[in-house]
Design a protein around this ligand. Structure first.
Ligand code: PRP
Ligand code: URA
Length: 207
């Protein structure tokens, strides 16, 4: 299931982050801001517990988060979304999966993984700005499931129908939240219109 976050404030920021003239400093700021908005929506149904709080006036019935949240950025571009979700849930734990797309085959190659043990009874949020062919995200979900994770959600900034179909086909239990579902992939498996190479734009590198 793919859920599009089409709030005007998100779409406004998306217009700026897509712009080829947006430099890496602003790109990073926007990735943080957009991530916070998407995650706000993606965490809407997260488990809470009732607590009683003494206000200066009386006792108030309140709710606090009651789940182990584990954020899993896909290295490297996923790191650009980490600050945004941690601003929303500062107590979240962080795991990492290192993946890159092989330049020729376009298939994901895993080079690192490290997850906190709380993935087994908590909610895992995979973050990566781009879900293109879906190969990297599907591989990250595989790694988490092999390590015992049950409840997994994906948050990306831009995706496309091909990527959604691949992840949904392999992992129908995993919801995908995105700020844009673009038209297609080009011959280099880049999202069209997309925003280019997210890692390069975040970190000021170029290939
Ligand atoms: C990008 C992006 C995703 C992946 C998406 O990473 O951040 O991880 O490509 O493509 P896919 O859906 O077709 O697998 P990249 O491989 O460029 O590595 P980087 O983050 O280190 O730049
Ligand atoms: N990776 C990116 O960074 N951008 C794309 O469009 C596809 C894969």
């Amino acid at each position: 299931m793919a859920i599009l976050i089409d709030h005007p404030c998100v779409q406004h920021k998306l217009a700026i982050i897509r712009d080829v003239d947006t430099g890496h400093k602003r790109f990073r700021e926007l990735a943080t801001e957009i991530t916070k908005f998407i995650c706000y929506e993606a965490l809407k149904n997260i488990k809470t517990k009732k607590v009683l709080v003494q206000t200066p006036v009386s006792e108030a019935k309140c709710y606090k988060l009651d789940t182990n949240l584990v954020v899993v950025p896909i290295l490297r571009a996923g790191v650009g979304m980490l600050e945004g979700i941690l601003e929303l849930v500062p107590t979240a734990r962080v795991g990492f999966v290192g993946l890159y797309r092989d330049e020729i085959s376009k298939l994901p190659v895993t080079y690192y993984e490290r997850f906190p043990k709380q993935i087994k009874d908590g909610t895992c949020i995979i973050i990566d700005p781009m879900l293109a062919t879906g190969g990297s995200t599907a591989a990250a979900i595989d790694k988490l499931k092999e390590s015992g994770a049950g409840d997994i959600v994906v948050v990306c900034i831009v995706t496309c129908p091909e990527g959604i179909a691949l992840v949904e086909g392999e992992h129908p239990d995993v919801a995908i939240y995105a700020a844009a579902i673009d038209e297609k992939l080009n011959e280099k498996k880049y999202i069209v219109p997309g925003l280019g190479d997210a890692g390069d734009r975040l970190f000021g590198t170029s290939t």
